[in-house]
Design a protein around this ligand. Structure first.
Ligand code: ADP
Length: 464
């Protein structure tokens, strides 16, 4: 059974981990999709800005500069580096005007969040019919910013990659002869944007999904926890019930065996002719009968819960009530080595209690002090009045109860065992019953104990 529960717990945890993994994978996928969608939406919203006539003419002016410089480069009047430099100077000169118009257009769209934009040349390659000439990128420079703001490519999203392929004619002055030459030019550009706070925007869009996922996850964990706890409880209850059946069988065996022997003796002629022996045997039958009756009563009455108990309250004076209780207890136990200190508070306090049930509840504690006590039993019964509450403390010098067991001794059928062995007879119902009775009186019962030192039970009931 224990192994099965362990396997079940391990399987449940493994399933939970696998489920969490799948959920995390799905959330990550959704996140990437939402991110893509968001960038796409932004791209669509700003795509028209490019077509603005003013921005168009600025872009054209850079194109013109590019053509002129390319002609110079092809005629070997300038180097590659100077060609790039010339484009850069032109771009820098028109960029402020471009950005001003771009920002105004962007504001008019009213996106609701801030973006930064840039366009950069990625490559310029020419082909004259025989060989290709890669003018850009160079060994030292990979991207050439022509329009927009400066920011790191790593934080940016590419919204457009363009490839312009044109035939370009220029005046070739090679070998003192002048003629028109044509080459093919391929220019690749890239438009990039940075959306500030895009992460929080995407997360906000995913909020419902994230909250539902977290709640679902917590629900599954809770459900699993509850099921496993229930299973362990069920296992405990089964163990306790088996324990109880073993205990009660054991308790019934002795009086039944004695009754069997006694009834056989009563049939014996010798015993029948000896009035003294006959009387003795009848007394044995009587005692065993009472013992059996008590056992049955204990099971029937002591297993009641506080809701089932109907109290019939009497008015008692505490000093008289406790003096009688102690006297009866001493008489019943006939324990010679018992030292009971009666420390009932001096003033007379009127209590409203069900004397039958309350006395049985207190007797359970007193009897336990002897059952679980050592050779010289010392019991200290102390009472006091505090804040209109009546406090009863019963302290013994017995074996004590470990902290772990203290939490369970008031449970139905719970018995403290030492390595699965119960040294003292009992059904585990006494303290359960006491707890129910104290609660039926709107009271509280607590235990303080230290192993080998002793135990104190404190009962607090209202005075009314
Ligand atoms: P039972 O005595 O029939 O086992 P109880 O409900 O009266 O059942 O007590 C439950 C358990 O609490 C006992 O098995 C015993 O181990 C422990 N216990 C109760 N009272 C004392 C005490 N005064 N000292 C030590 N152990 C105690």
């Amino acid at each position: 059974m224990k192994n099965r529960i362990t396997i079940l717990i391990i399987a449940s945890i493994a399933t939970l981990i696998a489920l969490s993994g799948i959920q995390a994978y799905l959330i990550e996928n959704t996140y990437q999709l939402e991110k893509k969608l968001f960038v796409q939406e932004t791209d669509e919203a700003i795509s028209d800005i490019d077509n603005h006539p003013e921005l168009d003419s600025i872009t054209d002016s850079i194109g013109e500069e590019l053509k002129a410089s390319l002609s110079d480069y092809k005629n070997k009047r300038i180097s590659k580096a100077a060609f790039i430099q010339k484009i850069k100077i032109k771009a820098d000169s028109v960029n402020p005007q471009y950005m001003k118009r771009y920002t105004t257009e962007l504001d008019s769209i009213n996106l609701g969040y801030k973006i930064r934009y840039k366009r950069q040349i990625v490559s310029i390659v020419t082909f004259d019919g025989k060989k290709t000439d890669s003018i850009f990128p160079t060994a030292t420079q990979q991207n050439l910013l022509i329009l927009g703001e400066t920011f790191d490519d790593a934080d940016a999203q590419t919204i457009k990659s363009s490839r312009t392929f044109t035939e370009f004619e220029f005046v070739d002055k090679l070998n003192d002869s002048v003629f028109i030459n044509s080459i093919d030019v391929e220019i690749k550009t890239k438009d990039l944007i940075v959306i500030t706070d895009w992460k929080s925007i995407v997360f906000r869009r995913m909020a419902t999904l994230l909250i539902c996922s977290a709640l679902l996850f917590l629900f599954v964990v809770g459900l699993l926890y509850y099921s496993i706890k229930n299973l362990i409880n069920q296992k405990k209850i089964t163990e306790i019930k088996t324990d109880f059946i073993n205990n009660i069988t054991h308790e019934l065996k002795t009086p039944l065996a004695t009754l069997g022997v006694a009834s056989k003796s009563l049939k014996n002629k010798e015993i029948q002719h000896s009035p003294e022996a006959f009387e003795n045997t009848l007394n044995i039958v009587d005692r065993q009968n009472t013992r059996l009756q008590k056992l049955i009563d204990q099971v029937l009455t002591n297993s009641l819960s506080s809701q089932d108990i109907v109290l019939s309250k009497d008015t008692v004076v505490d000093t008289i009530y406790f003096n009688d209780l102690i006297a009866d207890f001493k008489l019943a136990t006939q324990q010679k080595s018992l030292h009971l200190i009666n420390d009932v508070c001096d003033e007379d306090v009127i209590l409203r209690i069900d004397t039958f049930h309350f006395t049985t509840a207190l007797l359970n504690i007193l009897e336990n002090a002897i059952k679980y006590g050592n050779d010289k039993v010392e019991i200290h019964l102390k009472t006091e009045v505090r804040n209109n509450k009546y406090i009863i403390q019963i302290t013994d010098n017995g074996s004590g109860i470990s902290e772990k067991d203290q939490a369970q001794i008031f449970d139905k059928f719970y018995r403290v065992s030492h390595g699965n062995v119960h040294n003292v007879k009992g059904l585990g119902l006494g303290l359960y019953y006491t707890y129910q009775i104290v609660h039926a009186h709107q009271g509280k019962i607590t235990v303080q104990s230290e192993l080998t030192k002793g135990t104190t039970f404190s009962i607090i009931i209202p005075i009314n």
